[in-house]
Design a protein around this ligand. Structure first.
Ligand SMILES: C[S@@+](CC[C@H](N)C(=O)[O-])C[C@H]1O[C@@H](n2cnc3c(N)ncnc32)[C@H](O)[C@@H]1O
Length: 289
């Protein structure tokens, strides 16, 4: 088995993402690429949970820009498949992966395919590991996706699922009223589309109900005391995320256009107030019995 990459070993991946962003100032997937870059350190701390034997076959559901697959395929020789419903994001993930061919661990190969997590066009008992990071919060039918995880995993294979639960997030002092309104509308529009910002607490129940044995469940907390400065990366990602949701929020009647634009402009211009911010992701490792 190879050991973990040395510090700085992720520079090539980060540069490939940054180059893609430079070349595509309006990248597919809205703010997803900027979020992928910004959350690199937190995501990589999860890699030990994705331990697999060399040559393992890995399915990444809702792969996005494929950061999880790419990081795994750097550490180990894996055969990975990334599935997503967004063809443009998948094409970008494929192009970025192509540019990193010599950086991947010898023997690693990654493929990408359009697909729906709840009805996979894949054979039974094919994968050693199925992972899904920040996918389940978007699913209208999480139980269907869990059943598919079980079907495509080999007996003894593992599902590793990371997701949010807003019940474990705290900000102090409270965000400005404008940001509070935008965030409430954002969350509501996600749930109207069938998503669930409290999916984290429900994951073990879904997996146990589908016949998995729960191997571990963890709450990975991060806390910081920071000011999101105007024009800084974290505020820019947040603004891009909210802007990408504008049509959905307005179409659902959650905010009028003028009100949305007023709140977003106020948020963009607000002074940088240092705030305590804690958030946690739920991580479930479940075994296919
Ligand atoms: C927040 S992103 C996470 C991407 C990636 N897993 C990561 O950690 O950066 C969620 C991804 O799930 C995809 N997605 C949403 N619904 C899906 C579904 N029903 N089946 C497969 N992918 C889906 C989206 O297109 C998006 O790329």
């Amino acid at each position: 088995m190879t050991s973990a990459p040395a510090a700085g070993d992720w520079d090539e991946l980060d540069s490939a993402y940054a180059r893609f962003l430079d070349d595509n100032p309006v990248p597919p997937g809205g703010s997803l690429l900027a979020q992928t870059i910004l959350t690199g350190a937190a995501r990589r701390s999860l890699l030990p949970l994705l331990e697999v034997a060399p040559g393992a076959s890995v399915l990444d559901l809702g792969t996005g820009y494929a950061p999880v697959l790419l990081e795994l395929a750097r550490r180990r020789a894996v055969r990975g498949l990334g599935i997503d419903t967004d063809a443009e994001v998948l094409a970008a993930a494929e192009a970025i992966t192509g540019s990193l061919a010599s950086w991947l661990h010898e023997g690693s190969s990654l493929r990408f395919r359009l697909g729906e997590a709840g009805s996979l066009d894949l054979e039974d008992a094919t994968f050693d590991l199925v992972c899904a990071r920040l996918l389940f919060q978007h699913l209208a039918d999480p139980a269907a996706a869990v059943r598919e995880c079980r079907r495509v995993l080999r007996p003894g294979g593992r599902a590793v699922v990371f997701d949010v639960d807003d019940g474990f997030s705290v900000t102090y002092p409270e965000p400005s009223p404008e940001l509070g309104r935008l965030e409430a509308a954002f969350d509501r529009s996600q749930s109207l589309r069938g998503g669930d910002r409290e999916i984290g607490r429900k994951l073990t129940t879904y997996f146990a109900d589908a016949g998995f044995a729960i191997e571990s469940v963890q709450l990975l907390a991060q806390a910081q005391h920071v000011a999101a400065v105007q024009g800084g990366a974290s505020r820019a990602v947040n603004v891009a995320r909210l802007r990408a949701a504008r049509a959905g929020i307005v179409d659902a009647g959650l905010m009028a256009v003028a009100e949305f634009d007023r709140c977003l402009a106020a948020y963009e211009a607000e002074p940088a107030v240092p705030r305590f911010r804690a958030e946690s992701q739920v991580v479930v490792v479940a075994i296919r019995t």
